[in-house]
Design a protein around this ligand. Sequence first.
Ligand SMILES: Cc1ncc(COP(=O)(O)O)c(C=O)c1O
Length: 450
Amino acid sequence: MANTPDTEHFWMPFTANRQFKSRPRMLVSASGMHYTTDDGRKILDGTAGLWCVNAGHGHPKIVEAIQKQAATMDYGPLFQMGHPLVFEAASALVSIAPEGLNRVFFCNDGSEAVDSALKIALAYHRMRGDGLRTRLIGRERGYHGVGFGGIAVGGIAGNRKHFGPTLPGVDHLRHPLDIARNAFTRGLPEHGAEIADELEQRLLALHDPATVAAVIVEPMQGSTGVILPPKGYLQKLRAICDKYGILLIFDEVITGFGRLGTAFAADYFGVVPDMIVCAKGLTNAAVPMGAVIVRQEIHDAFMQAAPENAIEFFHGYTYSGHPLASAAAIAAIKVYKEEGLFDRAAAMAPYFEDAAHSLKGLPYVKDVRNLGLVCGIELEGIPGKPTARAFDVFLKCFWDKNVLIRTTGDIIALSPPLIIDKAQIDQLFGTIAEVLKAQKAVPASEAAVV
Ligand SMILES: Cc1ncc(COP(=O)(O)O)c(C=O)c1O
């Protein structure tokens, strides 16, 4: 029998608190591809936690590294002091980053990494005497965390609407999701690369390119429900940014560390940005950590602009490069390399794609989108009850079928650990198929509005 704690005091993030607390879904342990619940059920993890446990849960080498570091040195300040592991972690990260991106600024999560990257972009231009460049361009439906910088460039209405004006001087590209033209495409959509031209034709024409500091996009939009870049789209963004001296930032918090079968999405697409924002899989989620990987010229501009012996960048966090996080990052990157997990994800992707598209034709399935080990299944919503259909599928998968999926709006988003095998892929999609076939009206009490 589950020993449920008092749930009253914890205010849960991005959760329908009252709905959750009426029947808590409690995870108490995890190993490999599975969670265990407080009532002893083994749950297949179809979401790698929150797109983050890429090497599977409780990897012994990562656990050992954290335990060892905790016993050696719990904390060491990094303002005007150092500890060896953080330098080693930066080198390890650079060893898998695209060529030319070889300076690393550490923070604690994706949101901080986004805000750090935006600050680096603004300060970089200013240090070079180009201080007019203060505008930032994000994208509709983009998710860049929950800091004020991140929600300003982000484009998910629900994450912005309660928080008043955010940063001034921000504009947004249109997102490239086009179900009418691209539904059920396997991999990258054929149609829509021309939407990237709007950066030049609409936004830069309106604002004057000389005022724009940076464009930030997720190479593949994840949290909004898996929106893939049409073929050639990212190449166009890169070319336009180059033409006008605008920095291109890829937010790879989800796509980093093998999700698409390469270390970063930049490698998958063959498009190298000026900065990569990452977090999540950096430590296999065992300890929070985020990072901005920066082109050397950007870093060097800071070094050259500041007077001798002066602090070059007035930014940082108490826990930037925390020793436990650094130990976890070094161990995680070693595991990714030694176990060939990025290649494994690439090798498994075609099987995953076939399984995903086997859902086509099932009740309420409007679109299936996939790339690497990511899949978005867009459902027709229940009229008047947005999000309720997908949330009902989520509940049934969890309570009746012992499978963890994730939903956003009426979209199911899947992103299993990269160690998933074929039988587990069959279980994941087979379960969703069964639940969809049995879909009936959702009782109002179960509906959660996100
Ligand atoms: C693309 C992207 N950027 C930033 C974030 C924010 O990361 P965090 O939740 O670690 O702050 C996320 C989280 O899912 C993300 O998907």
